[in-house]
Design a protein. Structure first.
Length: 319
């Protein structure tokens, strides 16, 4: 089971963080960059398939140009944000990431319907809230590498804001976790087992996020959990084998890697290879992640736009 494997991996990383010196930052950043390229980017490489049925009825044959142009424009805006207003960009990216991660987490009926989005947001952002609350200096160090040096004071203020907001959000996540524990105690059979392993996973990840290097905890969560679950869902929805999925995702994945590499050569170089990898990974990943999050976030709210697609598909009518 994927969740059980990640529980074991999390505790292995927690143990390693307690006994291993953090001298291998270069190795960690290299591994992070490779796994983000191999696992993280591919899970968003089918966004054109997700966008086509939503855009083609409205824009006709021009849908691909609208999709590609919008994607590149948003990505370029994010890169510019890192260069000219990194503090604002970081806070906005963190909030959007927590929202997106929360949408992708398992959806158990915890709390009232109105509270569930709040619990999902708090849980989805654990990978952000816990490091910001328990390791603000390390978070600042990493983000100050990713952003231009002239904005160090702004970055420090942004980290302080996120850390301040993190504590109440951690409390909300703890309430949601406790509520799910109570529900697991009253459940039976498979539901009980699923809830218990999810509770164990959430607790294990929270400890990992609070104690291990933020680079390690992000690597475990984003590549080991979020992206793998996304790839599994893509494979299931497309009805393809793993090899077929890899082949179908390869063109967009390599295109994204090429664009990030070009940005690295032009505007993202740092003083050392390790720092360059950190900058390229976080800036490049956020650049392709924001349009991905917006696209899939909009997919949660198809209702207001349904009439446009319906009208576009009816003969003699225009959107």
């Amino acid at each position: 089971m994927h969740a059980a494997s990640l529980v074991m991996l999390s505790w292995a990383m927690i143990g390693a963080a307690c006994v291993v010196s953090p001298a291998g930052t270069g190795l960690i950043t290299g591994l992070l960059a490779v796994l983000v390229a191999v696992i993280g980017l591919p899970h968003g490489a089918a966004d054109h398939r997700f966008a086509q049925p939503r855009l083609e009825p409205i824009f006709g044959p021009a849908w691909s140009g609208v999709f590609l142009g919008g994607y590149l424009l948003i990505a370029a805006t994010v890169v510019c944000g890192w260069l000219v207003a990194p503090a604002t960009t970081i806070v906005a990216f963190f909030l959007a990431s927590a929202w997106h991660f929360g949408l992708e987490e398992p959806r158990f009926a915890i709390g009232s319907r109105g509270l569930r989005p709040v619990f999902r947001f708090a849980r989805g952002g654990l990978v952000i809230w816990a490091p910001a609350a328990f390791q603000p200096d390390e978070v600042f160090r990493i983000l100050s590498i990713a952003a231009p040096p002239a904005f160090a004071a702004d970055i420090q203020q942004a980290v302080a804001v996120v850390a301040t907001c993190a504590w109440p959000l951690l409390a909300v996540a703890a309430v949601g976790w406790g509520w799910q524990c109570w529900r697991a105690g009253s459940a039976t059979g498979r539901i009980r087992r699923v809830l218990l392993i999810d509770n164990c996973l959430t607790a294990s990840l929270a400890v990992l996020f609070a104690t291990a290097s933020p680079l390690v905890s992000f690597l475990v969560y984003f590549c080991g959990w979020h992206s793998v679950r996304g790839l599994k869902r893509l494979r299931r929805e497309m009805g393809e084998s793993w090899l077929q999925l890899a082949v179908s995702l390869a063109p967009m994945t390599f295109a994204a890697i090429g664009l990030i590499a070009a940005a690295a050569c032009v505007v993202l170089q740092a003083t050392t290879v390790s720092d360059t990898l950190i900058r390229v990974t976080f800036v490049g990943l956020s650049a392709v992640a924001v349009p991905h999050m917006l696209l899939h976030g909009a997919g949660q709210f198809n209702g207001p736009f349904e009439h446009l697609r319906t009208a576009a598909l009816q003969p003699g009518r225009s959107a």
